[in-house]
Design a protein around this ligand. Structure first.
Ligand code: NAD
Length: 262
């Protein structure tokens, strides 16, 4: 899976085709959508219009909360595939665990069937705390390939990343740029950007890559889409990494997964 991909949350369906096409032209090969984003149709059109071979694309979608459960998952997966116009996805994720509902294990068993049938080439989860991952690892046999969680310099998730590393689960960062809200103006980030003649967004993405995270920044602005993938030509040094590590505040922009139950 490419370490850097393109996310399409909050991109309306009728804009998704153009955004995905722009991203693919810029060199992205991994696209992250979800049933709840309501843009699987537009995303699929963008993939198709690119003319790229299916095997050169990496497509992720996610099962929405309302569909958790064994049979409903299988039905929801069929719908997602149909909307995307694909006959398999590269990665299928449980969007939120909804711990109080207690359905994520059954849901994941349906994921294992989709994996065994080759219709989801890999399976994983999103927004899982270690205790939910532990329960899943105990009750099922396919280790989730990754856990997609909120992660950015203000919420570095070091304990969770350590848990992932111990269990061979990759860490994927959602809202890697902190949704562009404030993080990109933080003086330490701006100073590192100046030092390397790069932008703050490039510095933050570079930090993720050097940490080993998979990242899926989102933008609908063509210049930013290009800027966000142009992060291979420089390296942050130890001093830069330490300055960004010091920004951790354990501050979430989104919900604590323990509180999301519908
Ligand atoms: P992000 O951190 O990628 O920030 C995106 C915003 O940052 C943009 O809307 C724009 O305002 C700004 N931005 C982007 N590039 C910029 C640049 N180069 N310079 C300045 N500003 C820039 O936030 P996100 O969209 O929340 O997260 C990325 C992806 O993660 C989503 O699109 C989605 O695919 C995924 N996601 C998943 C979950 C989940 O529950 N699994 C939740 C949220 C997001």
């Amino acid at each position: 899976m490419p370490q850097l991909g393109f996310g399409v949350w909050q991109v309306p369906d009728d804009e998704a085709e153009r955004a995905v096409a722009t991203a693919l032209e810029a060199g992205y090969r991994s696209i992250d959508t979800a049933a709840i984003y309501g843009n699987e149709v537009g995303t699929g059109k963008g993939l198709a219009s690119s003319g790229l071979a299916r095997e050169d694309l990496f497509v992720t979608t996610k099962l929405w909360n309302a569909e958790q459960g064994y049979d409903s998952t299988l039905r929801a997966f069929d719908e997602s595939l149909e909307k995307l116009g694909l006959d398999y996805v590269d990665l299928y994720l449980i969007h939120w665990p909804m711990p109080d509902r207690g359905t994520y294990v059954d849901t994941y068993k349906a994921f294992e069937k989709l994996y065994a049938d080759g219709r989801a080439k890999s399976i994983g989860v999103s927004n899982f705390h270690p205790e939910y991952l532990e329960k899943l690892l105990d009750a099922t046999s396919v280790v989730p390939v990754l856990n997609q969680v909120e992660l950015h310099p203000h919420l570095q998730q070091s304990a969770l990343r350590e848990f992932h590393a111990e269990h061979g689960i990759a860490t994927e960062a959602w809202s890697p740029l902190g949704q562009g809200k404030g993080l990109l103006e933080v003086p330490a980030v701006v100073a590192i950007a100046r030092k390397h003649d790069r932008t703050p967004a490039q510095v933050v993405l570079r930090w993720h890559l050097q940490l080993g995270n998979v990242v899926i920044p989102k933008s609908v602005t063509p210049s930013r889409i290009k800027e966000n993938i142009d992060v291979l030509g420089f390296t942050l040094d130890d001093e830069d990494i330490a300055a960004i590590t010091a920004l951790d505040e354990g501050r979430r922009l989104g919900s604590d997964p323990a509180t999301v139950n519908d």
